[in-house]
Design a protein around this ligand. Structure first.
Ligand code: 5AD
Ligand code: SF4
Length: 477
């Protein structure tokens, strides 16, 4: 593979370094004049994988593209730019991306001006970038999570100078304010409150792909929330890899409880936040959630495992007991609270006993929802070097048993809603039947319901008539 001088390639080791230096904050976004009409008459398509941080990044990418004249493509026949915003959290996320890049090869063969760009967390991995450069010539643009703001210049180089562009920094990162954004939804919005992660859980690639924890200034966040409220948004989700650690990295430290309270006071009808790490979850936070009606009583609280030895090797910094204490505090303090979680099975050398501990915890907590995964070794992380004698079949059986277990409780929890009235924020009508609508309760339950003359963004009272594991059915009342 020939490496060009003006390429910057990722380096996972470099990405793991953390310094004490202050985060650079860039408040003004400048688009070079020669790129301003680069996209006039041209179209784009973005394919987004992975978490909400990526979805929010794609909204920035779309915002930048539309600022320089591009419009969303109606079909893939006459398209000029395709961006794949990728996820590296597990191997299967990577496989899906490679499949999609493969499918776009034909489009590139027919149109050599087409720019296929790959960005996001996979682009931060050296091995992946090497693979793309060697085997996927149709990818003409590769950029990292720290390079989104450079998109106009990168596209200029790809489209006008016909260069292959590779621009991936592995660094702690900055905080950019005022980047353009095209929100994909009209009544719900993501609000970044921080970027990156410093927790370095031993299985996780995120601290390497997204840099050091960098909190936005509280007044910038509150300004954005106020603007969203003024624009008629009904719900915002405060986003960060670990929102509870918000503000700890600021020169004048501030905590998430304060941010949450100030956000609630703005009066937007629904506030959500994710993701919470049990380690930084303070009693003040629990109290604020309980005190404000517009902070939704729904908490995503990844536990990962119910076994202390595994938790220790995962680097999670809490024990099963301290998790349970926090869980009980939330359930006892926040009226009608719903809690969801993430669980990994098959962490290196997870014993039968350790797995049973996870099942026991699930039984005790009876989560409303759970996202369960088989451990996937991420090259460059400490867990990837741990010995693992557990075979694949055992891991799959554990996942199956775990899913059976949590599904049982989720269904029971949902059944308790039958005959009750809930308030649903409507997302839209069903594609198959326009008298059937869907939306979410305050506790983040998906509700499919019948009604008349209902619009996305409406709050509707719904009587629940039936319950499934993953959703509720009802009628507008
Ligand atoms: N393998 C499997 N699951 C993982 N997660 C993070 N890294 C890995 C990995 N290497 C899961 C965790 C996390 C969620 C977003 O993804 O449960 O909370
Ligand atoms: Fe990954 Fe742990 Fe950071 Fe979450 S808190 S992003 S699991 S390192």
């Amino acid at each position: 593979m020939k490496i060009k001088e003006n390429w910057s390639l990722p380096n996972l080791k470099e990405a793991a370094k953390r310094t004490r230096s202050a985060v650079e904050r860039v408040d003004h976004y400048y688009i070079p004049a020669n790129t301003l009409d680069l996209g006039t008459g041209k179209t784009y398509y973005i394919s987004t994988y992975g978490c909400q941080a990526n979805q929010r990044d794609s909204e920035t990418i779309a915002g930048i593209l539309e600022t320089i004249g591009f419009r969303p493509a109606q079909d893939l026949e006459h398209i000029d730019v395709i961006i794949l915003n990728t996820c590296a959290i597990r191997q299967n996320a990577e496989e899906k991306v490679l499949g999609e890049i493969g499918r776009f090869k034909k489009l590139y063969r027919e149109n050599k001006d087409l720019v296929i760009g790959v960005c996001g967390c996979m682009a931060q991995e050296d091995e992946f970038v090497k693979l793309i450069l060697e085997k996927y010539p149709q990818v003409r643009l590769l950029f990292g999570t720290h390079n989104i703001q450079d998109l106009p210049v990168m596209l200029y180089d790809a489209m006008v100078k016909h260069e292959k562009v590779v621009k991936i920094y592995s660094k702690e990162g900055e905080v950019y304010e005022n980047l353009p954004v095209k929100r994909f939804e009209n009544h719900k919005a993501w609000v970044n409150i921080m970027y990156g992660c410093d927790k370095f859980c031993t299985y996780c690639i995120v601290p390497y792909t997204r840099g050091k924890q960098r909190s936005r200034m509280m007044d910038e966040i509150l300004k954005e929330v106020q603007e969203l409220k003024d624009a008629g948004y009904k719900e915002i989700t405060l986003l960060g890899q670990n929102v509870n650690a918000y503000g700890k990295d600021l020169e004048e430290p501030i905590d998430f409880a304060t941010l949450l309270e100030e956000t609630a006071k703005i009066g937007i009808p629904r506030i959500r936040f994710m993701t919470s790490h049990p380690w930084d979850f303070t009693d003040e936070m629990v109290d604020i959630i309980a005190r404000y009606d517009n902070i939704m009583p729904f908490i995503h609280l990844p536990v990962q495992s119910g076994d202390d030895e595994i938790l220790k090797r995962m680097g999670r910094r809490y024990t099963r007991e301290s998790y349970m204490k926090l869980y009980r505090k939330i359930m006892d303090t926040v009226p009608n609270a719903a809690v969801s979680t993430d669980i990994i099975v098959g962490f290196p050398n997870e014993s039968d006993e350790a797995f049973e501990h996870t099942l026991e915890l699930v039984k005790e907590c009876q989560f409303d929802n759970a996202f369960t995964f088989i451990y996937s070794p991420r090259p460059g992380t400490p867990a990837a070097k741990m010995e693992d004698g557990i075979d694949e079949q055992t891991k799959h059986e554990r996942l199956y048993r775990l899913n059976e277990e949590w599904n049982k409780y989720a269904l029971e929890k949902n059944k308790a809603y039958i005959g009750k009235k809930v308030t649903v924020l409507v997302d839209g009508a069903s594609k198959r039947n326009d008298h059937v609508y869907s939306g979410y309760t305050e506790t983040n339950k998906l509700v499919n319901f019948t009604g008349e003359n209902i619009k996305p963004g409406d709050f509707v009272d719904v009587m629940i008539t039936d319950a499934k594991t993953f959703s509720l059915d009802g009628k507008a009342v």
